[in-house]
Design a protein around this ligand. Structure first.
Ligand code: NAI
Length: 330
């Protein structure tokens, strides 16, 4: 049998944590033959709640769960970690400006990026879920680069929920099952500016753009529905979209670790000289191929005028976020 791998999860006492940890422990993320040790990080005041979650993990008697560590110290949580899911973040409080939110999270993710680079496995795969996730991933990566040791390409932000939301909307529009769709892409920031793009998508071999053939729906219904889905769920449920966010995190890590025969949208550091003109290192939603534990941005897709404008808009937003945290990275 395989040796256990170490999976660090931050914000372990939170809502997403409650949907995520049980699925990791049951083998849904890394495979039903892969034992895992969970290393749970949360704030000091959340440690009692983390203990409650651990009691429930124990009571599931998961055959693959080879150990659990609970801590409020990032250096302990990330020690020898093979995978890090950074879910905990500072939420936007009353009267908090966007710039305050960015710097409050900047402080968290500089500490965590450094702690990962100093303590984790050199090949660690890091996924930032906590918002603003693209910029938080960018910050963690920048802090990690200062330390060296880990792979700078392995600091990701989560765009997979947007990808999955887009698939469900396309399924509803066309009456085709979600599983029929391939080659979906969501470009840019995990925010309402993201650009969900089905120009390259197929459904059982049919071109999805031709199948939909409805530019008004695309612009006035599809993009706003996908972009504002998080707010719609908070409005309906009184709570955020924790289960679907956890599901998307499982999907992202699963495909990265074990591969996929489809395109996968990942928020990844833009490769130097990429064909889309995204500045190197900006954590941006791109179509990726995943194979053998690594990923590659799919280059050279045609970008028409409409798409160019959409991609520029979401890039401009990310560049604004980057400027707001630039001082913290000196
Ligand atoms: P939550 O408030 O229920 O839980 C957050 C947990 O993180 C709490 O237990 C808190 O104590 C902990 N935490 C805060 N700061 C921490 C730190 N510095 N280190 C370790 N733990 C820390 O929130 P929920 O619903 O679990 O959401 C977590 C994050 O995920 C939020 O930032 C949310 O905006 C984001 N999110 C991202 C999505 C995406 O698609 N990228 C989708 C949905 C949510």
């Amino acid at each position: 049998s395989k040796a256990p791998v170490r999976v660090a999860v931050t914000g372990a006492a939170g809502q997403i944590g409650y949907s995520l940890l049980f699925r990791i422990a049951s083998g849904e993320m890394l495979g039903k033959d892969q034992p895992v040790i969970l290393q749970l990080l949360d704030l000091p005041q959340a440690q009692k709640a983390v203990q409650g979650v651990i009691m429930e993990l124990e009571d599931c008697a998961f055959p693959l769960l080879a150990g659990v560590v609970a801590t409020d110290d990032p250096n302990v949580a990330f020690k020898d970690a093979d995978y890090c899911l950074l879910v905990g973040a500072r939420p936007r409080g009353p009267g908090m400006e966007r710039a305050d939110l960015l710097t409050a999270n900047g402080a968290i993710f500089t500490v965590q990026g450094k702690a990962i680079a100093e303590n984790a496995n050199e090949n660690v795969k890091v996924l930032v879920v906590g918002n603003p996730c693209n910029t938080n991933a960018y910050i963690a990566r920048a802090a990690a680069i200062k330390v060296g040791r880990t792979n700078p390409n392995n600091y990701h932000g989560m765009l997979r929920l947007d990808h999955n939301r887009a698939l469900s909307q396309l399924s509803a529009k066309t009456g085709r099952p979600v599983s029929s769709f391939k080659q979906m892409v969501v470009w840019g920031n995990h925010s309402p500016t993201m650009y969900a793009d089905y120009r390259f998508a197929t459904s059982n071999g049919d071109n999805v753009k031709a199948l939909v053939n409805d530019a008004v729906w695309n612009n006035d219904v599809f993009l706003p529905t996908v972009g504002k889905r998080g707010a719609a769920i908070i409005d309906a449920r009184g709570l955020s979209s924790a289960a679907s966010a956890a599901n998307a995190a499982i999907d992202h890590m699963h495909d990265w670790a074990l591969g996929s025969d489809d395109w996968v949208t990942m928020g990844v550091p833009a490769p130097a000289g990429n064909s889309y003109g995204i500045p190197e290192g900006v954590v941006f939603g791109f179509p990726c191929e995943c194979k053998g534990g690594s990923f590659k941005v799919i280059e050279g897709l045609e970008i028409d005028a409409y798409s160019k404008e959409k991609i520029q808009k979401t890039l401009d937003e990310l560049e604004g976020e980057r400027a707001a945290v630039a001082d913290m990275l000196k």
